[in-house]
Design a protein around this ligand. Structure first.
Ligand code: 5GP
Length: 115
C-alpha cells in the first residue's frame, strides 16, 4: 500500500476540508486552490499512489469516482451545461498529491482540451 498523503488525513477528518460526500470507498471535497468556479476532488479512501498502481481490486472504488462525480455535478447544478473530469498521473501530467484522485471542474465554459 502507498504511503499516506495529506488526503488520508482529510479522509479521516484530522485536517480540515470542505467535504461534500463520503462513503466506504471515496471522499469528495473542494480543492483548496480552485482552477474553475467549482473544483472538487474525489479521492479513493485507499491511498493508491497513482493510476499506474490500480488493480482489479480497485475497480469498485474507481467506478465510484465516476458515479459520485455525476451526482455532485447534478447537486452543484452544472450537469447539463457540462464539466470536465481529470486524473493526473505522475510528473508529465503535473500530479502533485500522490493519492489517486479525480478533479471535477465546472461552472463555466472550460474551452477545448488539447494534448
Ligand atoms: P494533482 O496535481 O495531484 O492532480 O492535484 C492535487 C490537487 O490537490 C491540487 O489541485 C491542489 O490544489 C489540491 N490540494 C493540495 N493540498 C490541498 C489541501 O490541503 N486541501 C485541499 N482541499 N486541496 C488540496
Amino acid at each position: 500500500m502507498a504511503e499516506e498523503t495529506l488526503f488520508s488525513k482529510i479522509i479521516r477528518r484530522e485536517i480540515p476540508a470542505d467535504i461534500l460526500y463520503q462513503d466506504n470507498l471515496v471522499t469528495a471535497f473542494r480543492d483548496i486552490k480552485p482552477k474553475a468556479p467549482i473544483h472538487i476532488l474525489i479521492v479513493t479512501n485507499l491511498p493508491i499512489h497513482t493510476i499506474n498502481d490500480v488493480t482489479a481490486e480497485h475497480e469498485a472504488a474507481l467506478g465510484r469516482l465516476f458515479t459520485v462525480a455525476a451526482k455532485i455535478a447534478c447537486q452543484e447544478g452544472f450537469s447539463e451545461e457540462g464539466y470536465r473530469l481529470i486524473v493526473n498521473c505522475n510528473r508529465h501530467a503535473g500530479q502533485e498529491v500522490f493519492h489517486l484522485h479525480m478533479h471535477l471542474l465546472g461552472g463555466k465554459p472550460l474551452g477545448q482540451f488539447f494534448c
